[in-house]
Design a protein around this ligand. Structure first.
Ligand code: IVH
Length: 716
């Protein structure tokens, strides 16, 4: 049987891991095909099936959930639940495209033909920059903004009134005179500068979330990183919470009319004037063109200005100025006969790839970046492009010295589209991933089934130091009060704290620190701050072993796994020795590690990678010269029937709280989890238990009543 046909619950751990990797890749590829290339290669049903399978496997093998898990992300175009539907007074249309002067000439000719105009009649057009944002329909009743909707399918959109109300560019009231009822249309967009700042911020939040997730901490909803200003604007407008929209820098240009109880103007140009008078922003580059022959020059003029504009435009929309003629021309299908979008050529250019640079993220992820001979792409000088990951490089077979095609289609961030193979130097070689971190020299590894290569020098890599230190002092780790991010950065920049051990060696630097703003220069309160911090640090010289292990920030060693390790190995010397021995694949120590209930081979590999790096061992030993972790209770030896078992509590317990029961189970050496799977050993069923009890029965997992649990727990 093909692995894909195996029911998730029958998969081995190894197969499950391999399949999650394959699914992550397939779903990511489908997402790209759908959202970025607008060319879905799977049917919706096929796509949904992939996602469902991924979720099912993750539920059964929670420890295998990947950092790049598709379940962490929400699909881009999912209909936003929670918005009411809103029917437009007149349909919101799309436009036919022109790409060359001949296309435009043909369009003008068809207008003349339709209206039976002679050569002597002049066709005036209004040319407007075509911004790639989101069109919206605004309804005003008696001059008051009452409703705003997305375009939707052109007939019915989503009511996003509350979100649109947060836009500065949107007048809430129109100054008189105005029609009793009128629909006004235009584009919501984000400027390039705002997008870049927003993109950077989302990337930072995303990374932070990933780190928390890796440490096994609770995380909020997925942070979306928008690919381009249009996605950013769309995502911002479709927020269920208008306060979120309010914080996003959205702008609005008005450019079209929908239904209106009385006519507003006789020409489109006058209509735009009226919009301005009502307080709308109308694109100042819009121009009334005296005749159809002026379009070509205007097109060239805007193409020339394009790169310097603070927003993306992908062409020019030409609208026949006379509204009576527009009315007569009407529509074919979903496009008007009186307007056309003349698109700019795709922003592409070719250049030479000089080298592939590796950037080290704050979590140790190595990301390749192309460095190219600087080239003008659609008016913007470009010399860098992200290559995402090494698979992407292999897929495109991008090599140093290659001539590559670069593109900025709508996206501000350039991409390498393809390689011009005919121009490949004869001597070129396929690119090989780095074996060592460029920031610290530690070895770099790519765990099987993952796309990202990572630096293993967590404790010493300068690119990761600040994050590691933050983690080291955080609440579930060493819990050192008074060492927030700002202080860590300051101490790190001053080269006082470069590794966790340095935190315990602050005393000789007190005089230096005292000179800093807010650190004792001024008030008495400030000088107490240093004393308090030093005291907080001193009080942590004997941390419980599990906190100590967690604090090291080893990948996949969250609080729960740290606890398992501490309980198993008892004291730090033993743990250190066994971890070192476990770096040898097949060794007894490695077997022992992998067989700890809840650890498993994948996590064993992470630990082994960490200890295989001598720099980490040095940093650890350095730290151990400053702190003495307290031994943990040993499990297994306790003789409790729960030692080393996976236990789930469900329903309401009568005699104790759930929290207390879980703590008791953990003290007895159990691993307490939230969901029932084949790996669960016991499900303790309280009153009003729901699906978990049912699942336990289905999977044949042993269930215990509260009384049985208490009795067994009392044994050890
Ligand atoms: S007029 C019938 N004017 O282009 C009139 N559209 O392909 C239809 N767009 O959905 C719209 N700038 O999102 C018009 N100055 C402009 C525009 C513009 C951008 C977008 C809009 C619309 C799409 C039509």
């Amino acid at each position: 049987m093909n692995r894909r046909d195996t029911p998730p619950e029958d998969l081995t751990e190894e197969d499950a891991g391999a399949e999650l990797a394959a699914l992550a890749e397939e779903i990511a590829a489908a997402d790209i095909a759908y959202h970025q290339n607008d060319a879905p290669d799977l049917t919706d049903a096929e796509y949904d099936a992939l996602r469902r399978r991924n979720t099912a496997i993750e539920a059964l093998f929670p420890s295998l959930k990947r950092a790049d898990s598709p379940s962490g992300a929400t699909p881009g175009a999912a209909p936003a639940a929670g918005f009411a539907k809103s029917r437009h007074g007149t349909p919101m249309l799309s436009l036919d495209n022109a790409f060359a002067p001949e296309d435009f000439a043909e369009f003008a000719k068809s207008v003349r033909r339709f209206l039976k105009l002679g050569e002597e009649e002049v066709l005036r057009f209004v040319g407007e920059p075509k911004i790639d944002g989101l069109s919206v329909n605004l309804t005003y009743e008696n001059g008051v903004f009452v409703r705003g909707a997305t375009r939707g399918d052109g007939t019915v959109g989503e009511d996003i009134t509350r979100n649109l109300e947060t836009l500065d560019d949107l007048p809430r009231r129109l100054p008189a005179p105005f029609p009793g009822h009128i629909e006004i249309r235009g584009e919501v967009f984000m400027t390039k500068a705002d997008f870049l700042a927003f993109h950077a911020e989302q990337t930072r939040l995303h990374e932070e979330r990933e780190q928390r997730r890796e440490r096994g901490e609770k995380v909020g909803p997925d942070i979306r990183i928008p690919a381009n200003p249009r996605n950013a604007a769309a995502g911002s407008l479709r927020q269920l919470d208008p306060e979120v929209t309010a914080r996003r820098p959205l702008k609005f240009f008005a450019y079209a009319q929908g239904a209106s109880s009385t006519p507003v103007a006789e020409t489109h140009w006058d209509y735009l004037e009226q919009l301005r008078a009502w307080g709308f922003q109308v694109n100042p580059l819009s121009r009334l063109l005296p005749d159809e022959h002026a379009a070509e020059a205007f097109q060239a003029e805007l193409a020339g200005q394009r790169a310097g504009l603070d927003y993306d435009i992908d062409g020019v929309v030409y609208k026949l100025d006379r509204l009576d003629w527009q009315k007569r021309l009407g529509f074919v299908g979903r496009t008007p006969r009186w307007a056309i979008a003349w698109k700019f050529p795709a922003e592409q250019a070719t250049t030479v790839l000089l080298r592939i640079e590796i950037q080290v993220g704050r979590t140790g992820a190595l990301t390749p970046r192309a460095v190219m001979q600087p080239v003008n792409v659609g008016g913007v000088m470009v010399q860098h492009a992200t290559l995402h990951n090494e698979d992407e490089i292999a897929r495109k077979d991008v090599r140093i010295g290659d001539t590559v095609v670069l593109q900025r289609a709508g996206d501000v961030i350039p991409q390498i589209v393809s390689v011009v193979l005919e121009k490949r130097p004869a001597t070129s070689e396929a690119w090989r991933p780095l074996t060592h971190c460029p920031a610290c020299g530690s070895h770099a590894v790519r765990p099987e089934g993952e796309v990202v290569r990572r630096c293993t020098g967590g404790l010493i890599c300068p690119a990761q130091t600040v994050e590691r230190l933050k983690h080291f002092v955080s609440r579930n780790a060493l819990d050192i009060e008074g060492l927030g991010e700002e202080n860590i950065i300051a101490l790190h920049n001053a080269e006082i704290v470069k590794s966790p051990a340095d935190i315990f060696r602050l005393a000789p630097h007190v005089e230096t620190i005292r000179q800093w703003e807010g650190w004792g220069k001024g008030s008495k309160k400030d000088s107490r701050k240093i004393a308090n911090l030093l005291a907080a640090i001193e009080s942590r010289r004997e941390p419980p072993l599990e906190r100590f292990i967690f604090a090291l920030g080893i990948r996949r060693i969250g609080a729960q796994n740290a606890k398992l390790l501490a309980r198993h190995y008892h004291d730090v010397a033993e743990w250190r020795a066994k971890m070192l021995a476990a770096t040898t694949i097949g060794s007894e120590a490695r077997e022992e590690l992998g067989s700890i209930q809840g650890i498993g081979p994948a996590i064993a590999t992470e630990l082994a990678e960490f200890f295989a790096e001598h720099r980490n061992r040095e940093a650890l030993d350095d730290l151990l010269s400053e702190v003495t972790p307290l031994p943990a209770e040993r499990i297994g030896g306790s003789g409790s029937p729960f030692a080393g078992k996976v236990v789930v509590f469900t329903g309401t317990l009568e005699q104790t709280s759930r929290d207390e029961a879980e703590a008791v189970a953990e003290r007895l050496g159990a691993k307490v989890t939230k969901s029932v799977s084949k790996k669960t050993d016991f499900v303790v069923v309280g009153a009003d238990a729901g699906s978990k009890a049912k699942k336990a029965a289905e999977l044949g997992v042993r269930t215990l009543t509260e009384a049985e649990w208490r009795q067994m727990a009392a044994q050890g």
